[in-house]
Design a protein around this ligand. Structure first.
Ligand code: CTP
Length: 438
């Protein structure tokens, strides 16, 4: 949906999540909305007024007692000349001041002086979010008709884990679109969560930026038979691929997960095709086409035994151990990337490396022809293979992003948001191109 002509007054609070608000501005503007921003004093410690002004294409409002601002546009007019006020990040302090009706700086004054709807995207430490004072303030704000998006669950800048992470920019965009779509029932947006739902089986709620998109994901190892009881395999658990499939489904995508043998439950809301070998995985992937995106997270065995035995191979007393002749398996990622008739719009590979991680991954992306590659260090010391955490680098053409260590669920969620952004992206402008430069 386009947000053309919509006027958003964005209040940026002072939290580490303010960096994500810069991306939010960009996402809103590429959908046609105009964005005017108020920066609290604390917010200016996290993002600069210059970055915000460059992205909004407007001046940034910071000071309640600015003579020039008051002469140009009074603070009352500032909030009236908007269709929606969005507070992101809404810190615990900002929420408390809003709930109390304080007007002790430009942000809270504009929020109190407005007769327009207000949407907040809370972001704070999990204990602050769960504190009874914040619960009271949230309940008060909801009673006052304030809309809420997020927060999400995940690891935090303060090294804790839980609810309190600001909703991703595209989730906030989806909440705004939903508001303008159905402005008559705004409370339906409010889904603040307290307890930690199981991320895989959690019900699908909230915004759906991937609805209408069909996405293929491969996951797990493949098993290449030697004889009816033995096989070649690797240590992949499938945790990362399965988490990605689940995260994409939670954003509304129709997901086909082609999985090698794993000890994991099928993710909720995902169509799962169970396979064993690389050949079977390739056939299942081709049968799933056409898709909008393909994410190849499987650790496909590079080789299979040239001719596997029909019967169990027996030891010969005093004889030589058998030699196995291996032949190369088809490369599923490369096949999808070079597909003549049904190449997905976005193909994402993984690069499991044990040395020169980023350099090898850059070459691998070019060699395989995929658009993005997610590189990770799978040497045993990292514990990534089979573990629950991951440290990845996202390589998108000219750009390399080093993501901090986070859970595989969180990598999945972040990657799914990025995929949603890519699949929903409209025509790039020169400003957008600059944004992506390293
Ligand atoms: N891949 C694939 N089919 C194969 C081998 C790999 O689809 N036969 C995909 C994986 O799913 C992953 C990417 O290719 O997305 C890279 O896998 P990786 O094991 O890191 O690379 P290889 O191609 O096996 O190269 P090498 O072992 O030389 O590092």
């Amino acid at each position: 949906m386009s947000l053309g002509e919509r006027r958003i007054l964005l209040v940026i609070g002072g939290g580490i999540a303010a960096y994500k608000t810069l991306d939010l501005i960009r996402r809103l503007r590429e959908r046609g909305a105009s964005v005017r921003a108020i920066l609290t004093r604390a917010a200016a410690e996290f993002v600069t007024p210059l970055s915000v002004a460059s992205l909004t294409g407007d001046k940034v409002y910071q000071d309640l007692f600015s003579l020039t601002d008051e002469a140009e546009i009074g603070h009352i007019e500032l909030s009236r000349a908007a269709d929606l006020l969005v507070v992101a990040p809404a810190t615990a302090n900002l929420m408390a001041r809003m709930a109390a009706g304080l007007a002790d700086d430009l942000a809270t004054t504009a929020l109190l002086a407005t007769d327009k709807p207000v949407l907040i995207a809370p972001a704070m430490n999990v204990r602050m979010w769960e504190h009874r004072a914040t619960r009271r303030n949230l309940a008060q704000l909801q009673e006052d008709g304030v809309l809420v998006v997020g927060p999400n669950e995940g690891p935090m800048a303060c090294n804790e884990f839980g609810f309190g992470r600001m909703a991703e920019p595209l989730e906030i965009v989806a909440a705004i679109e939903k508001f303008f779509d159905r402005g008559d029932a705004p409370q339906a947006l409010a889904t603040p969560r307290l307890a930690s739902p199981d991320p895989v089986s959690a019900p699908v709620t909230g915004p759906q930026p991937l609805s209408g998109k069909r996405i293929l994901v491969t996951s797990g190892p493949t098993h290449e038979p030697i004889d009816p009881v033995r096989y070649l395999a690797n240590r992949s658990s499938g945790k990362q691929g399965h988490a990605i499939a689940g995260a994409l489904a939670r954003l509304g995508a129709e997901v086909v997960l082609v999985s090698g043998p794993v000890a994991l439950p099928d993710p909720a809301g995902v169509e799962v095709v169970h396979v064993e070998t690389a050949d079977q995985m390739l056939r299942a992937c081709e049968a799933a086409l056409p898709v909008d995106a393909a994410i190849c997270a499987a650790a496909v065995a590079d080789w299979r035994v040239a001719s596997n035995a029909d019967e169990k191979m027996k030891k010969q007393p005093g004889g030589e151990p058998p030699s196995l002749r291996l032949v190369e398996n088809p490369d599923i990622l490369a096949t999808l990337s070079h597909h003549a008739s049904a190449r997905p719009r976005l193909v994402v590979g993984f690069a499991a490396e044990t040395q020169n991680v980023v350099e090898f991954a850059i070459t691998k992306r070019i060699r395989k022809g995929c658009d993005w590659i997610v590189a990770n260090d799978v040497s045993p010391k990292t514990g990534i293979m089979g573990g629950d955490a991951n440290t990845v680098h996202l390589i998108t053409g000219g750009n390399i992003e080093d993501w901090p260590e986070m859970s595989k669920q969180d990598v999945a969620q972040r990657l799914a948001s990025r995929i949603a952004g890519e699949l929903n992206a409209t025509t790039m402008t020169a400003d957008d191109m600059d944004w992506d430069q390293p």
